[in-house]
Design a protein around this ligand. Structure first.
Ligand code: NAP
Length: 319
């Protein structure tokens, strides 16, 4: 079969021939129609994600849309290595396939799965978010963050606060449902004060963090207070992405002096089945028109040329 193949962690995968997969008893083959190029897929193929393979000669792609041998159209995830989603055929456990609702085309469904899951699973499985609670999304201008704004709204958030480094992109989040916009390109001390004020005024219950790095430090600094005699309100901080830094300085007093509860969401902190359940729910929501995403497509054969991703939105390879 034809597939994208990782030959070298320092170069984009190349289009070529790869052995056909054979399904075990609990597995199924999938004739792939569309597979998205997410940050996770790119980081795995560069050997830079905690879930990356340590060797080369495998097919990238963690999820996609395709047809089962009986013709049903499904969203699938977690192909068995060395097989991945970026191939004409892949192999997955049957339990990792979910039927696709009508009204959602292959490309949109493939594009939505991973970035939509990042906030849906974080809110429902990690933060145990309740309708009416207020959510701050740190780093909301990417594909995942833009969906997080919409998903928080869809799940019943009272207020949605959104941050980003690019003022024009941040402004665009209003149309997606953000109530409060916080630009990040300001001095750190000023940012922490802005966060402190916004978190208090809007009674933030949950923070979804796509950035880590300096802005996460400012957020943690902002919730640290100095014992007014009452317990500070709970704030569940869910770490989702670390696009602006892998490590931060974290003062112990921030935890002792606040209602901060730190957790993460992703592969390993949420089970594969719960991640898939989140995706099934968000795809249903998307089929009603509730979630928007911009996409670009390219044929699988062009994988090496388009590996840097879409100019706008999510790149989806089609087979
Ligand atoms: N844990 C999970 O379940 C999960 C799932 C999906 C994604 N993620 C992670 O979430 C992160 C975002 O993914 P994505 O799909 O949204 O990627 P994306 O569509 O490529 O967007 C990345 C965004 O990050 C912004 N950015 C880059 N560097 C920044 C910095 N130093 N400060 C502030 N903003 C910065 C960019 O902002 P500009 O618009 O200003 O360029 C861009 O909008 C990635 O780290 C990804 O691995 C985690």
């Amino acid at each position: 079969m034809k597939a994208a193949i990782v030959h070298d962690f320092d170069a984009p995968p190349r289009y070529g021939d790869f052995a056909d997969p054979i399904a075990a008893a609990d597995e199924t083959l999938v004739q792939v129609r569309a597979a998205a190029l997410s940050q996770l897929v790119r980081a795995q193929a560069a050997g830079k994600h905690y879930s990356s393979s340590k060797t080369v000669s495998w097919v990238p792609g963690v999820d996609g849309v395709g047809h089962l041998p009986d013709g049903r159209r499904v969203y699938f995830a977690f192909p068995r290595s060395p097989y991945g989603a970026m191939a004409q055929t892949t192999v997955v456990q049957r339990r990792y396939c979910v039927a696709l609702p009508d009204g959602l085309d292959d490309v949109r469904a493939a594009a939505l799965g991973n970035p939509g899951m990042s906030s849906w699973a974080a809110l429902t499985h990690r933060a145990h978010f309740q309708p009416g609670e207020n959510v701050l999304i740190n780093g909301a201008t990417g594909v995942s963050g833009r969906l997080a704004v919409q998903i928080a709204r869809y799940l019943g958030a009272g207020k949605v606060l959104a941050t980003g480094r690019n003022a024009q992109s941040v402004e665009g989040l209003k149309a997606l449902g953000a109530d409060v916009l916080i630009p990040l390109d300001v001095p750190a001390g000023y940012l922490a004060e802005t966060f402190r004020h916004a978190i208090r005024e809007h009674r933030v219950n949950v923070i979804l963090d796509y950035l880590w790095g300096p802005s996460a430090e400012s957020l943690i600094h902002a919730v640290s207070v100095h014992g007014a005699g009452e317990a500070e309100p709970r704030i569940r901080f869910v770490q989702i992405g670390s696009i602006s830094g892998q490590s931060i300085a974290f003062p112990a007093a921030a935890l002792r002096s606040s209602g901060l509860e730190m957790m993460g969401s992703g592969l390993g902190s949420v089970s594969n089945l719960d991640l898939l359940g989140s995706i099934a729910s968000l795809l249903k929501a998307a089929a009603t028109g509730a979630l928007s995403i911009e996409t670009e497509t390219a044929p699988l054969a062009e994988v090496a040329a388009v590996w840097q991703g879409a100019a706008v939105g999510r790149l989806v390879l089609t087979m």
